[in-house]
Design a protein around this ligand. Structure first.
Ligand SMILES: [Zn+2]
Length: 897
C-alpha cells in the first residue's frame, strides 16, 4: 500500500482548480599514439602490467582513491572509517544532454508541479508547517526531490517553492528538538514516528550544502538530541524500524561537521534498536529492502567489523538471487517480495527504484566498488524512465521487465495490492508514496555523476553529459571545471575537457563499467588501451587548460540467461538492456487534455521468442560491427581491432574494425544474430522514447502462439525455453528498455524441438483476495502441504461461510471426467479451511449443471482430492465450494481431465 495511515485531509479537485486551465587492467595492454579525435589507425604496442607510464604525458593506474580523511570536501571524521569518495555539494554538477532533458521534464511535469495536484502538499493545511495539523511522509518525500531538483537545475520557480517549505518547517522546531506535526509525537504506540522525518533530514542537508543556511546545523543537532533521549523500543516501530540507515547517514553527516561524540552513541542506539539486517533479512517489503539492506555496511563504518560489510553484500545477493532474476536492475517487489512471484511480469515499485539507486550511490562512495555504480546505472537507464509517461506528467506504481498492457484495473494474479498499479496517473491517493517520492531519482543521480576523491582529485563515477566545478590539487586547491560530452549510454565515447585558470596536478579517475571487457583512454594525442573487468583507472598528470581526455568503452551485444526464470534471455549492449519494440496506443482515461492520465495498450504482437540457435543455418550470424570510434584494423590481439566476433555455436559476425567496432557476439549464446542500428533522431530528442532512441537492435524471432495474456490481461507466465514454435522467423526490432513503456525484455528462446507450451486456462472466480492469485490454481505448482506459504495460492478470503466458485475456461471443448483439488488450509496461522462440501459444475449451453455420478468429493488437507464423474463434453467448468461457518477457503491447485 502507499505506505500508511491516512490522516484526514480534504481532497482538492486540482483539475478544476488548477490545471484545467575494481577489476583489472589485464596483461596485453597497448599504448598507442594516435589522434584522440578518432580515425587514425595506429600501431598497437604490446605493454605490460597494470601501470602505464607514458613519459611526459601521463600515468595510468588501475586503482581507486585511497580511503583516507584527505580531500577538499568533508571527509569522515575519526573514529568513522574513512571512505574513498566525497559527495560534491549541490550545484557543483551541471547536467546536460538527455539528463538535463529529463530534469526539465521533471521541473515542468509531475514533480515540479505536484503541489498543484496533491492535497498532501497544500501549504495551508499541512502539519509540517503548522504542527497542530496532520501530515505524514508525502511532503517529506516530495520536498526531498523538489529541493534537489532546484539545486541541480537552478529553476527559479522550483527553488522558491522548495525554500518556502524549508523555511516553514525549520520554524516549527519545538523546545525539545521535535519538529513537524505534533500528533506524530505519539502516533506509534504512544511514541514518536521518526520515519517521515528521515527524508526531511536529507532535504535539510542538501539545502545546507547548497545555501549554507546557518540554522540547519543547530536544528538537526537539537532534533537528533531529541532522538537520543528516546528509549530503545521506539527505534523498532513501523516503517522507520527498517529504514534507520537513512537516519544513520544523517547522523554521520552531522558528526562530520560538528564532532559531537554523542551522535555516535545515537548511531549505536539506532542500529541496536532497529530491525536487524546483519543476521538476515528482516522484511520483504521492497522499499524497506531498497533502503534498509545497506544499513549494516553503514553501521560498520563506525563499528569497524567486517561482518557488517559482509551482511550488506550478502543481503543484496539474497534479494537478487531470489527475486532479481530479470533485467532492469530491480527485483520483484510489488509491495512485498513473495515466494513464487518472481516471473519478469512482476515488477518493482517506483519508490523502490529511486531508493535503490540512492543506496547504490551511497555504497559507491563508501566502498569504491564499481559493481554498485554499474547497478545504479542499470536501474537509472532501464527502469526509471519507464516509470513515467514520455512527458513525465503522470507515473505508475510498478514497472515490470515484461509488461504488455498498462491499464487501471486490479491484477490479482500479478500484484499484491488491492488497487490498480499500472496506468500512468497523478495517483495522489491511489499510488500515494511513489508520485511524491520519485522526484529524488534524477536529481540525486545527477549529483553523483562526479565525486571528489580523498587524494584531491576528481572521479567520473557515472557517465552523462555534464559540467563539474570542484576544487582539486594540492594545498588549498584550485577550482577547475571538467566538461563531459557524451551520448552515453547510447554511445560508447566520452570526452572530457579540462577548464582551469592555470596548470595543476591532480588525479583524475574514470570508472570502467563491469560490462566493458576493454577500454581505451586518450589524453590529447596519446592513447592507451587495455582489457578490463570493472574498477577505476587513475590518470595522473599536470593538467593544462584545454586538455582533452577521451574514454571509449566498446559496447558489444551480449545476452544474459536467467536460469531461475525458465532460461529466458535478455539482450544487453553496454549498460542498456533491449526490449521488444511493441506499438503502443495511449488512451486518455482521466485528467485533462494538457495533463492526461493514460492507459497504454499493445497494437502489435508481443509474444515472440528469440531465435538464437542459428549455428550452421544459411545466413546465420549476420553480425555487423557498429562504428569504429577510434583506430582501425582487424585483429584479435590487444585492442587494435576486435572486429571479428566469435559467435560460439556458429554465428560469426564481422565488425568493421577498430576500438569500438565490435563484432557481434563474443561468447556462448552471446550476441549472435543481433544487428546494431543507429537511428537518425531529431536534435534534443528524448532517447527514452520510442521516437527518440538513437540505437535499435535487429534480431530474429518466432511467435509463440501459446504465450497469451492471462484472464486479467497480464502477460502470461513464462514456460520453459527453448519453446517449440513452428511460426515463421521474423525480423524484430529491439529498443532500449527505458524507452519502452510496453516491453518484453526477458525473452523465451525458440527452437523447432523446444518445449511445447501449454495454452493457459482462463480462470475467473466469484471472489479472489487481493493478495492472492487467480492464476495460482492453474500455475502448475503443487504445494508441499495445505499450509504451504512458499507458493502462490487462490483464496476466497475474506468471504466466510458462503458458497463460492472458481471457473476454468479450457479454451476448447474437451471430454472431462475427473477433477482434482488441493485445498489451502492455514489452520494455526489463518482463517482458511478446507470447505464443508463442494461439487463440480459444467456449462451446458447457457446452464450450469452438476456433473452426474460423482465419486466422493473429498475435503482432505495435504493431498489432492480427486473426484470422478460421468464424462461431459465441456469448455467451461466450475468448482463450487460451501465454506465452513466463520471460515474462508482457498485452492493451491485445480485440474480437470
Ligand atoms: Zn511508492
Amino acid at each position: 500500500m502507499p505506505d500508511a495511515p491516512v490522516e484526514g485531509m480534504p481532497r482538492r479537485d486540482f483539475l478544476a482548480a488548477t490545471l484545467a486551465a575494481t577489476g583489472g587492467l589485464a596483461a596485453g595492454m597497448t599504448a598507442t599514439p594516435a589522434d584522440a579525435a578518432g580515425a587514425q589507425p595506429t600501431d598497437p604496442v604490446k605493454a605490460g602490467p597494470t601501470v602505464r607510464d607514458i613519459p611526459g604525458q601521463f600515468t595510468l593506474t588501475q586503482s581507486m582513491p585511497p580511503a583516507t580523511r584527505g580531500g577538499h570536501y568533508v571527509a569522515n571524521r575519526a573514529p568513522l572509517q574513512p571512505v574513498p569518495f566525497q559527495k560534491l555539494p549541490p550545484g557543483a554538477i551541471e547536467p546536460r544532454g538527455w539528463l538535463a532533458h529529463q530534469l526539465d521534464l521533471q521541473v515542468h511535469g509531475l514533480c515540479g508541479r505536484y503541489d498543484e495536484i496533491s492535497d498532501f502538499l497544500d501549504y495551508s493545511t499541512n502539519g509540517w508547517v503548522d504542527p497542530a495539523k496532520g501530515a505524514w511522509e508525502e511532503l517529506p518525500y516530495w520536498l526531498r526531490g523538489l529541493g534537489d531538483l532546484g539545486y541541480v537545475t537552478s529553476d527559479a520557480a522550483v527553488l522558491s517553492k522548495a525554500e518556502r517549505w524549508i523555511h516553514g518547517i525549520l520554524a516549527t522546531q519545538a523546545a525539545d528538538g521535535w519538529f513537524g506535526p505534533e500528533r506524530l509525537r505519539t502516533s506509534l504506540e504512544n511514541g514518536p514516528d521518526f520515519w517521515p522525518g528521515m527524508p526531511l533530514l536529507a532535504a535539510f542537508r542538501s539545502w545546507y550544502e547548497y545555501s549554507g543556511d546557518e540554522r540547519v546545523i543547530p536544528f538537526m543537532t537539537r532534533y537528533l538530541q531529541f532522538q537520543n533521549t528516546q528509549p530503545a523500543e521506539v527505534f523498532n516501530r513501523s516503517w522507520g524500524a527498517f529504514r534507520w540507515g537513512d537516519n544513520i547517514d544523517s547522523a554521520y553527516w552531522l558528526y562530520n561537521r560538528t564532532g559531537d561524540a554523542w551522535l555516535l552513541d545515537l548511531v549505536h542506539k539506532m542500529h541496536a534498536g532497529s530491525a536487524d539486517y546483519t543476521d538476515g533479512i528482516p522484511t520483504w517489503h521492497n522499499v524497506n529492502l531498497a533502503q534498509g539492506f545497506r544499513e549494516p555496511l553503514q553501521y560498520g563504518l563506525l563499528a569497524r567489523n567486517e561482518k557488517y560489510r559482509a551482511a550488506t553484500y550478502g543481503n543484496y545477493s539474497t534479494i537478487m538471487g531470489l527475486y532479481g532474476q530479470f533485467p532492469g536492475g530491480g527485483f520483484a517487489g510489488d509491495e512485498n517480495s513473495r515466494p513464487g512471484f518472481g516471473d519478469p511480469r512482476q515488477g518493482f515499485e517506483t519508490c523502490g527504484i529511486v531508493e535503490l539507486m540512492h543506496t547504490f550511490e551511497l555504497l559507491t562512495r563508501f566502498t569504491g566498488d564499481t559493481d554498485w555504480t554499474d547497478r545504479c546505472e542499470e536501474l537509472a537507464f532501464n527502469s526509471l524512465p519507464a516509470s513515467y509517461d514520455p512527458r513525465q506528467q503522470v507515473m505508475h506504481y510498478i514497472t515490470c521487465a515484461n509488461s504488455v498492457q498498462l491499464d487501471d484495473t486490479v491484477k490479482h494474479g500479478q500484484f499484491q495490492n488491492g488497487f490498480a498499479m499500472q496506468a500512468y496517473k497523478y495517483g495522489v491517493h491511489q499510488y500515494r508514496c511513489c508520485p511524491h517520492n520519485y522526484g529524488m531519482g534524477w536529481p540525486y543521480y545527477a549529483q553523483e555523476l562526479w565525486l571528489a576523491t580523498t587524494d584531491n582529485g576528481l572521479a567520473a563515477s557515472m557517465y552523462a553529459a555534464s559540467k563539474v566545478t570542484a576544487k582539486v590539487g594540492p594545498g588549498s586547491g584550485t577550482e577547475v571545471s571538467v566538461v563531459q560530452e557524451t551520448e552515453y549510454p547510447f554511445d560508447e565515447t566520452i570526452t572530457f575537457t579540462v577548464q582551469a585558470p592555470h596548470s595543476t596536478r591532480f588525479p583524475f579517475y574514470l570508472r570502467v563499467p563491469g560490462w566493458a571487457s576493454e577500454f581505451s583512454v586518450a589524453i590529447n594525442s596519446t592513447r592507451t588501451s587495455a582489457k578490463a573487468q570493472g574498477g577505476w583507472i587513475r590518470l595522473d598528470r599536470t593538467w593544462h587548460p584545454g586538455d582533452r581526455v577521451q574514454l571509449v568503452l566498446p559496447m558489444r551485444v551480449t545476452t544474459r540467461t536467467w536460469t531461475e526464470n525458465q532460461n529466458t534471455i535478455s539482450v544487453d549492449r553496454g549498460p542498456l538492456t533491449y526490449s521488444l519494440a511493441i506499438d503502443e496506443r495511449y488512451e486518455m482515461i482521466g485528467g485533462t487534455d494538457d495533463w492526461p492520465e493514460l492507459a497504454v495498450y499493445p497494437e502489435s504482437p508481443w509474444n515472440y521468442g528469440l531465435v538464437t540457435d542459428t549455428g550452421g543455418l544459411p545466413g546465420a550470424g549476420r553480425g555487423v560491427g557498429d562504428g569504429a570510434a577510434v583506430g582501425g584494423g582487424v585483429g584479435d590481439g590487444g585492442l587494435g581491432g576486435r572486429g571479428v566476433g566469435d559467435g560460439g555455436l556458429g554465428g560469426r559476425g564481422v565488425g568493421d574494425g577498430g576500438l569500438g567496432g565490435r563484432g557481434v557476439g563474443d561468447g556462448g549464446m552471446g550476441g549472435r544474430g543481433f544487428e546494431v542500428v543507429r537511428r537518425k533522431v531529431a536534435d534534443g530528442a528524448d532517447p527514452f522514447t520510442r521516437e527518440g532512441t538513437p540505437v535499435e537492435l535487429k534480431a530474429r524471432g518466432r511467435r509463440i502462439v501459446e504465450w497469451e495474456t492471462d484472464s486479467e490481461d497480464v502477460v502470461g507466465l513464462l514456460q520453459a525455453s527453448p519453446a517449440r514454435s513452428d511460426q515463421p522467423v521474423e525480423d524484430v526490432t529491439l529498443i532500449p528498455m527505458g524507452a519502452a513503456r510496453l516491453r518484453i525484455s526477458s525473452f523465451p528462446t525458440v527452437a523447432p524441438d523446444g518445449t511445447q507450451w501449454r495454452r493457459r486456462t482462463r480462470v475467473t472466480a466469484s471472489h479472489v483476495n487481493d493478495g492472492d492469485s487467480l492464476e495460482a490454481a492453474d500455475d502448475g505448482r503443487d504445494p508441499v502441504s495445505s499450509a504451504d506459504q512458499s507458493i502462490p495460492r487462490f483464496t476466497w478470503w475474506d468471504r466466510r461461510g458462503t458458497t463460492e466458485w472458481i471457473e476454468y475456461d479450457l479454451r476448447e471443448s474437451r471430454e472431462i471426467s475427473q477433477a482434482s483439488v488441493y485445498w489451502f488450509d492455514d489452520t494455526g496461522s489463518g482463517q482458511c479451511r478446507v470447505p464443508s462440501s463442494w461439487r463440480v459444475l459444467w456449462l451446458d449451453g447457457d446452464s450450469w449443471r452438476p456433473v452426474d455420478q460423482p465419486t466422493q468429493y473429498g475435503v482432505l488437507p495435504d493431498a489432492f482430492n480427486t473426484v470422478r464423474f460421468a464424462p461431459v463434453q465441456a469448455q467451461r467448468l466450475r468448482v463450487e465450494a460451501v465454506l465452513r461457518q466463520t471460515f474462508s477457503g482457498g485452492i493451491f491447485s485445480l485440474r480437470f481431465s
